[in-house]
Design a protein around this ligand. Structure first.
Ligand code: 13P
Ligand code: ZN
Length: 272
């Protein structure tokens, strides 16, 4: 068996959580990540038939039965993941019944997966239907994105449009836009279902007055989406109280999207 601490998927998780902590996106236990793994790859590091514990999930995720996920632990601090992955992370497999997680590795102190597992697994189901190569769901509390939800209209169109206006490359990075949920109780199946519904259309979902979700084929894609939104939200918050003298016009956004060949949400522009 190879040393799991050297597994690329584990290193990626450690890097992502450390970076997110240093960017001040994930205070205390804020944020969570789930990463769908390839069983054959995992089998190089552990025996997948050795189930350490079974943990009920509290919701049904039958389409994910047999799938393995590397998931951050509930109550665990992103800043601590790098130094002690086996306590702060776990590898789970969704059992055939769809409602039980089989722990294969991690949560060494008797811990469990993130309280946001419903939003993660339901989002995985939604994204996999759209894109069979989808792998990562990432939740974070980036400062300016969160600030923006206090002062900006909370519709998919208006929020996306304001972000697209803030950096030239936004419409190229997330041409599919961003879904916005109102404030909802977190850690519930309800917010999980609402997030997954938005994920049918978007790779980015804002939880107003809470944070953001990003989904992607790789850790870099999910991270890069959130990073780009956060940068745009920062510029929005730095300029929102000042007179707007210049902007990226909708016609310019069309030119950008055409030039880079991206399919964008035309209905999110206000073209005459
Ligand atoms: P967990 O510690 O359960 O992952 O929760 C953190 C969080 O961000 C809740 O939304
Ligand atoms: Zn959160």
């Amino acid at each position: 068996m190879k040393n799991i601490l050297e597994a690329p998927f584990l290193r990626e998780m450690c890097e992502a959580t450390s970076n997110m902590y240093r960017l001040v996106w994930d205070e205390r236990n804020g944020g969570n990540i789930s990463y769908m793994l390839d069983e054959a790859e995992v089998a190089q590091y552990l025996d997948p038939s050795n189930v350490l514990r079974e943990i009920p999930t509290g919701f049904e995720a039958k389409p994910l039965a047999g799938k393995l996920f590397l998931v951050t632990g509930t109550g665990k601090y992103f800043k601590n993941v790098q130094n002690d992955p086996e306590t702060n992370l776990g590898i789970i497999r969704i059992k055939e019944d769809g409602v039980t997680a089989q722990l294969l590795w991690g949560y060494k102190d008797g811990g469990s997966f993130t309280s946001e597992l419903p939003a993660h697994l339901m989002s995985h189901m939604a994204r996999l239907k759209k894109d069979p190569l989808h792998r990562v769901v990432m939740h974070s509390h980036p400062t300016y994105t969160l600030a923006m939800t206090y002062v900006h209209e909370l519709t998919d169109k208006a929020f996306t449009h304001s972000l697209w206006e803030m950096c030239t490359e936004c419409i190229v990075v997330f041409p599919d836009g961003i879904g916005v949920l109102p404030w909802m109780l977190c850690g519930t199946n309800e917010i999980g279902a609402a997030t997954a519904k938005k994920m049918e259309e978007f790779r980015l979902v804002v939880w107003s007055m809470h944070g953001i979700y990003g989904a992607g084929r790789t850790m870099d894609e999910a991270f890069g989406l959130i990073e780009t939104v956060e940068k745009a939200a920062q510029i929005y918050m730095l300029t929102a109280h000042l007179p707007r003298v210049n902007t990226i016009r909708d016609e310019d956004m069309v030119r950008l999207a055409d030039h880079f060949g991206v399919a964008y949400r035309k209905d999110f522009l206000n073209l005459k």
